[in-house]
Design a protein around this ligand. Sequence first.
Ligand SMILES: Nc1ncnc2c1ncn2[C@@H]1O[C@H](COP(=O)(O)OP(=O)(O)OP(=O)(O)O)[C@@H](O)[C@H]1O
Ligand SMILES: [Mg+2]
Length: 585
Amino acid sequence: MIDKRLMNLLQEGKKFIFANVFLQWICLLCNLLAMYGIAMVLSGLKLGISGGYIPLFAFMVFTGAMVIRYFCMRLSHKMAFLSSQAVKKTLRRKIYEKLLRQGPGYEENVKQAEILQTAIEGVDQLEVYYGSYLPQFFYAMLAPVTLFLVLLWIDVKAAVILLVFVPLIPVSIIFVQKWAKKLLSGYWNRYTDMGDSFLDNLRGLTTLKVYEADERQNIKMNAQAEAFRKATMRVLIMQLNSISIMDLVAYAGAAIGIIAAVTDLKNGMLSLSGCIFILLISVDFFLPMRQLGSYFHTAMNGMAASDKIFAFLEAPETENGTVTELHRKSLHVNHLSFSYGDRKVLDDLCFDIPEHAFVGIAGMSGSGKSTLASILTMRHTAYEGTILADDLDLKQIRHQTWSETVTYVPSGSYLFKGTVRENLLYADETADDERLWHVLEEAAIADHLRTRDGLETMIEEQASNLSMGQRQRIAIARALLKDSDIYIFDEAASGIDMESEQMILETIGRLKGKKTILLISHRLANLKKTDFIIVLEEGKIAEQGTHTELLDKNGIYARMYNQQMALENYGKEADYEAFTDESDV
Ligand SMILES: Nc1ncnc2c1ncn2[C@@H]1O[C@H](COP(=O)(O)OP(=O)(O)OP(=O)(O)O)[C@@H](O)[C@H]1O
Ligand SMILES: [Mg+2]
């Protein structure tokens, strides 16, 4: 009933839990006093003692106890809030630190939607566990013992009977626990699966609309939601049934205790005020346990969520290196192989990239260029062979140090909702306006931004208010601002207008000799200025050399280049013919 791993998370939350239990205990004592006051008045009425100072005294005891109880109750709620806040903060910090420790390769181990749900919803589910269930767990043991000790002075038989019935409630809780655990784990799996496909569909909504597939996807999601609804209903049925069982035990126990007290009254072994007192407090014997039972179900929800949280927190991590300083920024790749599952996509690559070299990477689609880039940026770590940077194994270098050293610029880089300034500052938060404008000039986007709101130009969600070319030029400006030693451009100038493509290539060209650059490009004409080109074919290095050397070789590179040239010239000829046809008319 108490999860050790969850208890270990308590740390500073401990003191709030103890304070909460103590305050609830004071509330119980106040309640006892108040009930004692009522019992005195009622028995006084029955015995004809309606005047004098006894009722007044009883009234004052009642009112005083209720006022103290009110304030203690409020404070105890505050303690509940503080304890769950403290643990939620600790847990979210642990999840965040774990993600940071995963380094750039976090996507290898984590599904985005799942971590989102776990960190937000999953952690929230634990609120009841720490705020209500855990304090109630201790209070539910303390309260019956306290009542028992008080009742011993009044009626031993009733006190023993009431105490004996109390443990039947936790027994019934334990009885349903196994059943509940199974149901709840299914419930959570369905919930995260549904979140996964929801996020996926939301991201691809435009595509679904384009193919008119939104209706079909809607039906699929409805089926998933229906399965989730059924799982939720099964959980609710289980919870209601178990609460009914607990109620039965609680009220039956109280009734038997009251019967015992009334019998004692009849036999003259108990005073009337004592009997009324027992009548009033008998249910209090069971209420804390019953309350624990109902918190238990919500807490179980949190415990099921915590299984996911701990599975994530305890998952093996890609080890972080310790080296934080690199001198030479050369790269030596030795016998590098990599597989996605059992599909080998890089096979025994060996090459060197000297410091400040400008290297092109070419190859057909699917030949492994982006995979190579993701290994070099530490986003994939499960490779064979070695990569040396500054004669150090890449795995010895701290993730953060390597992230500072290498900048990866893919096609369609991500821009955040916010101003241009905010987006640029991700690369260097200390940069002043002059530097920001300098990189925007370098990336040939400054003039355009001057016609808008300059650095304060708003970028909408998914940069929907910018053209592809503008987006990419801002992304290039951000990359330049980072001023790292190595740049990997992965089709950074692809899929945009010719003018932007040309501008971006010129910007990259200006880095030549100052930075180590890897330029991945489909368009081989863009690689002409590189120092040398590595050509990949089905994960292997097919050829290496300068643009002219490779053309002279007449191999795969030359074939690809000639095909592209023929295609471009065909385009030009077709334009020319269309133009002359029109002028003939
Ligand atoms: N996350 C992944 N899981 C499984 N297979 C993958 C994954 N990413 C890529 N692949 C596969 O690995 C191979 C190499 O992909 P990669 O993206 O490196 O090719 P590429 O040379 O960059 O292609 P393109 O020029 O089209 O960008 C492809 O066959 C691809 O299907
Ligand atoms: Mg690619």
